[in-house]
Every structure is written in structure tokens, then in C-alpha cells.
Design a protein around this ligand. Structure first.
Ligand code: FMN
Length: 378
């Protein structure tokens, strides 16, 4: 983390309402990245000095760290994220219909535990407006220079048994813009959404999206796009095995582990107690070990043969290394940006570069799942 952020950014952030601070930060990033005079310093300050090329589902990524879903729900600052040196950007979650989300306040921050609790409830412009915004952006600036992922959620008004139509409509409207799509059935903030992780519902959603995928690919004469599923960290062993099996047999290309948790650690202070007591999903440091354990489990279930994207509590290069060696090919962060600042990408990528050297490895792919090999079959 930059000294500037430690000394000034974090204390200023601490004084602001979490959601307001978040939206100001996105607006500032958008502004800084739209002017060549400020864009250059952004690059110099925040871009990693090293590249760590990773092949993922047929595309090349400059390094394995991407922006997690939820940070840029409206795809407002695409050029900003590119200029901060992210390896890929996930926007959304986008639902078929525009939604305001839950009443405010709905985002809570605990600096001492480096955690957030949110119950946003998929506030987003909806699939039609997002398609228009992306078209405008692509017409003006072209495609982003790193892969663009799109997170798909379910509209609150859509009944659960019509979910597959909701997801596949959004998917169709955004298909041309995204490089990878993530079916999010794991947000804790849309009533009963997590029920969609069950066998039948999940395969219905994936199949509906794959049908659209085939049609769109044929129409545009290009390959179909990778579809991933994002899961909650509250599944038990059997549920996790079933989700993985269902996703693989329905044609899903990989898994994002994990979304936020509804569990809470013991608070260490009254201020932590206040934040931890809020309803919603917790992200950040307390989620770190939980999500890494999930990655390990998925890696074991699939014998390391199915792509895993690791997300949850990554704050530094050590956390990133743990996720990769547990089995993740790519990693993402949200809370890390809030608590460590924009310099987190540079410090993680440079740190991973060092780790590869220390272990005598030449690429990130060589490190994926390494802990299983060194620890033996756990
Ligand atoms: C305010 C907020 C909003 C989020 N919105 C979404 C979302 O729309 N879709 C999604 O799949 N995950 C969403 N997430 C979850 C993150 O993408 C990520 O899985 C989670 O925060 C754990 O990563 P972290 O510990 O690095 O923050 C959201 C997280 C936060 C904090």
C-alpha cells in the first residue's frame, strides 16, 4: 500500500459513509483516467512493473489479478481499472431489470478487521441500459485492453422459477461486450437466490445461457464465450460436490469461489460488533481462509482439471499466493482495494513475481495447485 494512501486516503475514507466514499472513488477514478495528463501518473504510480502472463480459457491475461464483481456495478470506470493495471475487470452484477437495490445504508466498513458487510441487493442499471452504456464506451474507446467479465444476477421481481429467462436475457443483451460471463447464484442479498445453486435450477440457468451462447456465436461467426458459476462459501461438502458436478455437466467452463459469507467472526471491539451485527454478506479478511479452503476442496473434487477463480480476503501477495497454490488460476479482489488502496495490484503482482522466483517456477500456471503437491493428498 502506498504511504500516501496509508496517511491520508484511509483516514479520509474512515470519516465517510461507505457507499458515498465508494461512489466518490469511482467518479474520481473515471475523471483521472479520462485526461491524458492524469492518466499517465496513474499508470506510473499503479501499474505493476512485471507481467505474469497467464493463459485462461483460450485468452491471454497479463497477470492473474482482476477486479471482483460489485465494485463497478454500472461499468462506469472501465478505463480507470485498465489504467490501474488490473489483469481483467468484472463489472456488475447486472440483472435483466433495472433495480435500486435495498434501502440505504447498506454497506458497512470495519477498518480494524479489514472487512465489509453489504446488503446492496443488486442495485444496477439493468441489462438494457448497461448494453447501451457499453456500446457507447466501445464506440468511443474500443474494447478494453484486458478481458472484460460480466457478472449476471437475477432481478428481484422475477420469480425463482423464471430465473433462467432472467439470466439468459441479460446474457444475450450483453453477449457481444463481455469476454467471460459469471452466473452469480450466490449473493446473500436477493431473497432465495442461493436456492438456485441446487441441481435442477442451476442446470436450467446454465443450459438456457449456453443455448443463447451457441446462437450468438453462430450469428457472429466467433467462438462461444466462457461461462462460469459463482458460489457461496456456505455450501456443505455434499452440496459443493453437487454444484460442481451440475455445473460441469451443464457445460460451465469454471467456477468463482467465493461470494461473501453470512457467517461472522467474533468481534474484538464495539465498533466491530456494530458492523458484524449488520445483515448481509461479509467480505475481506475474515473470508480469506474460508474461501481458500473452498478452492482446495474444489481442486480436489475436480483433480485440478477445472478452472477455479479465487476471491475472498486477498489483501497482499501472500494471500494471493495461497489462493493460487490452493488451485486458483486467476484471482480477484474487492475489499483489498478498499483497505489497501489502488497500489494493491502492483504490490501483489510484483510479490507474486518474487514468489515464483523463490520457488524456482517460471509461470503462474506452474504454481496453480502447488500446495496439494507439496502437502500430499490432504
Ligand atoms: C459492496 C459489494 C457488492 C458486491 N456485489 C457483488 C455482485 O454484484 N455480484 C457478485 O458476484 N459479487 C459481488 N460482491 C462480492 C465480491 O465480488 C467478492 O466475491 C467478495 O467481496 C469477496 O472478495 P473480497 O474479500 O476481495 O471483497 C460484492 C461485494 C461487495 C463488498
Amino acid at each position: 500500500m502506498g504511504l500516501g494512501f496509508r496517511l491520508f486516503g484511509r483516514p479520509i475514507l474512515a470519516l465517510q459513509d461507505s457507499e458515498r466514499a465508494h461512489s466518490r472513488a469511482i467518479k474520481l477514478l473515471k475523471l483521472l483516467s479520462s485526461n491524458p495528463l492524469t492518466r499517465l501518473p496513474l499508470r506510473i504510480l499503479y501499474n505493476p512493473n512485471k507481467t505474469l502472463p497467464v493463459q485462461f480459457l483460450g485468452s491471454q491475461y497479463p497477470h492473474p489479478l482482476g477486479l471482483a464483481a460489485g465494485m463497478d456495478k454500472k461499468a462506469e470506470a472501465l478505463r480507470g481499472w485498465e489504467n490501474l493495471g488490473l489483469g481483467f475487470i468484472e463489472i456488475g452484477g447486472i440483472t435483466e431489470l433495472e433495480q435500486l437495490g435495498n434501502p440505504k445504508p447498506r454497506m458497512f466498513r470495519s477498518g480494524s478487521s479489514k472487512s465489509l458487510v453489504n446488503r446492496m441487493g443488486f442495485n444496477n442499471p439493468g441489462s438494457e441500459k448497461t448494453a447501451e452504456n457499453l456500446k457507447r464506451h466501445f464506440d468511443k474507446f474500443g474494447r478494453p485492453n484486458v478481458p472484460l467479465w460480466i457478472n449476471l444476477g437475477k432481478s428481484k421481481l422475477t420469480p425463482l422459477d423464471k430465473s433462467s429467462e432472467d439470466y439468459s436475457t441479460t446474457f444475450k443483451r450483453l453477449w457481444v461486450y463481455g469476454d467471460v460471463f459469471v452466473i452469480n447464484v450466490s449473493s446473500p442479498n436477493t431473497p432465495n437466490l442461493r436456492e438456485l445453486q441446487n441441481d435442477e435450477e442451476l442446470s436450467k440457468i446454465i443450459s438456457a445461457c449456453q443455448e443463447v451462447n451457441k446462437k450468438m456465436a453462430a450469428e457472429h461467426k466467433i467462438d462461444s464465450k466462457p461461462i462460469l458459476v459463482k458460489i457461496a462459501p456456505e455450501l456443505d461438502d455434499d452440496q459443493l460436490k453437487l454444484v460442481v458436478k451440475t455445473a460441469i455437466t451443464s457445460g460451465c467452463d469454471g467456477i468463482v469461489a467465493t461470494n461473501t459469507t453470512t457467517t461472522r467472526p467474533d468481534p474484538n471491539s464495539p465498533s466491530e460488533e456494530k458492523v458484524f451485527g449488520q445483515k448481509g454478506g461479509m467480505s475481506g479478511k475474515p473470508l480469506n481462509k474460508i474461501s481458500t479452503e473452498f478452492i482446495k476442496q474444489i481442486y480436489r473434487i475436480t483433480d485440478g482439471n477445472w478452472p477455479i477463480i479465487g476471491v475472498g480476503g486477498i489483501m497482499n501477495a501472500d494471500d494471493a499466493w495461497e489462493k493460487i497454490t490452493a488451485g486458483a488460476t486467476l484471482i480477484q479482489a474487492y475489499s483489498g482495494f478498499v483497505f489497501e488502496g489502488a497500489g494493491i495490484t502492483k504490490s501483489i503482482v510484483n510479490g507474486l513475481h518474487k514468489k515464483l522466483k523463490q520457488h524456482g517456477l517460471s509461470s503462474i500456471e506452474d504454481a496453480v495447485g502447488l500446495s496439494h503437491k507439496t502437502e500430499g493428498v490432504e
